[in-house]
Design a protein around this ligand. Sequence first.
Ligand SMILES: Cc1cc2nc3c(=O)[nH]c(=O)nc-3n(C[C@H](O)[C@H](O)[C@H](O)COP(=O)(O)OP(=O)(O)OC[C@H]3O[C@@H](n4cnc5c(N)ncnc54)[C@H](O)[C@@H]3O)c2cc1C
Length: 388
Amino acid sequence: MRTADAVVVGGGTVGAWCAYFLRQAGLARVVLIEKGQLGQGASSRAAGVVRMQGGTPEAVKLGQWSRQFYLRQRDEIGTDSGFTEQGYLIPCFTGADVAAARERMAMQTGLGVPVRWLEPAEVDQVNPTLAPGRTLGGTFCAQDGYIRPPRNVAAYTVALLRSGVEVLEGVAFRGLIPGGADTGEGRIDAGLVVLTGGPKLAEVGRLAGLRIPAGGVRHQVAVTERHPDLDPGRVPMVFDLAAGLYWRPEEGGLLFGMSNPDEPPGENREVDEAYLTRMRARLADLVPVTAALGLRRIWAATIDYTPDHLPIIGRAPGLDHVTVASAGGAGMMWGPGVARAAADVALTGKTDVLDVAPLGLDRFDEAGHSRLATDPIALPFPERISES
Ligand SMILES: Cc1cc2nc3c(=O)[nH]c(=O)nc-3n(C[C@H](O)[C@H](O)[C@H](O)COP(=O)(O)OP(=O)(O)OC[C@H]3O[C@@H](n4cnc5c(N)ncnc54)[C@H](O)[C@@H]3O)c2cc1C
């Protein structure tokens, strides 16, 4: 039987940063258990987009907190997740898009996000790779950017080891026991348990006897060949909201990611060529230079989501020593904020990262429906959870 102050399940960005924050908060013995290797879930396969231009106040606050954390990492831990301030444009193509964007912008500005409205000509000026004259304007935040997901895994590995978190790879969580957690390598006696798991969080929850409405669904990313027009100085990140398509510069080409709104929930890492072809056509329509470019890399991975596409942060109902954390498919953008809030909630029941009262498991009914409105600018994830 090992003894710890806290056990954190899952070595992705949420669990790892949470374990680090628990240690920073003064817990002497924090154990992180990961059934495989650190980063082997969604966290190493992400596109890395980090935006403060959130669709809800919670999303904005988590984006702001996480971006600040990425900026101070080098001073705090001696390395960083590679945050690059690239600027993020969310273009509008219809009158309804414009109305929604202006409403969002008012909320974001009220929370201190330096987002501004660009008229159509300014959109073309800020992004000379975009086919001109296509938009009705858009919102732009110069401080949004991206991290490099594999570098984030390296950064949290360094942080865990340097801060003295005990990392147990190849050790699976099997369930809760009175006063701790059961694992594939025996019991760990611990006063606090934090459950994460990304796309596998529902399974982790089942092992703990909890119903957690969290799912996984296929998400694809590809990187084009290089082209001089795609120099990072000319390409802000762009989110084509209606299509669920986003892109950013990557090694002289474009990295683009896509979520198929009709994708059935469930794990899937096979590339969907037909959907990729559709998204390539949409990208070529908006960024004509990409039409003639080959692809250097393509991957498909299972992304986590929640029914309302918002994070889960809260203590398990009736189990004050167990805290549940999910970034709801936005773990690059919100992960450190979710992790810090989860660490605070585990320790004290509250946090100053954001008001977590609405974000607990108690917002879901028996069928997994949330009483919160769905994040209006999340990727087009499913709103139901796979039974598998
Ligand atoms: C292709 C793709 C692109 C993405 N792009 C972006 C993006 O641009 N911006 C953004 O914000 N987000 C993005 N995401 C989402 C982001 O990657 C996730 O939200 C984030 O990585 C989730 O982190 P996590 O720690 O919760 O989960 P994970 O990284 O999946 O980690 C969970 C860990 O738990 C472990 N585990 C599971 N079960 C057990 C068990 N029983 N015992 C012990 N360990 C267990 C797993 O092995 C895994 O390592 C993307 C995701 C994908 C797949």
